[in-house]
Design a protein around this ligand. Sequence first.
Ligand SMILES: [Fe+2]
Length: 135
Amino acid sequence: MDGKYTWKADYNTGIKFIDEQQQYFFNIVSTLKENLSTGVCKESASKIFFSLAHYAEHYLIQEEIYFKDYHFPTIKQHKDLHKEFIRRVIQFQVDYETDVVETCRTMLDYLEEWFDNHILKYDKKAMDYLKEKGL
Ligand SMILES: [Fe+2]
């Protein structure tokens, strides 16, 4: 993410489900960023964690189903990245109990990196494959 936190048209993949997923995740990061800057991370954290759980349970799982259905070649590596993401989010929830602000900060960095590296790179590449296969 380049720091401006505005949605860019070229984020779109043309696959409705994936575009929704990206937008959903982007909104979580924007909310967290805004809340940190206004010092209300504590009030909003449970909503952020709820949204991240929804992202993982709904979107990541659906992505994996597509990978399986369309015989995506590096499904194992991609699923491992999803698992690591879920592990990190659970750890953030634990850390949050002892240090709210620091956890929100670290989490924001992690989520931004996930958006830039996972969603915009790995997922996009995977979607190109799925589109080629007719999704
Ligand atoms: Fe993914």
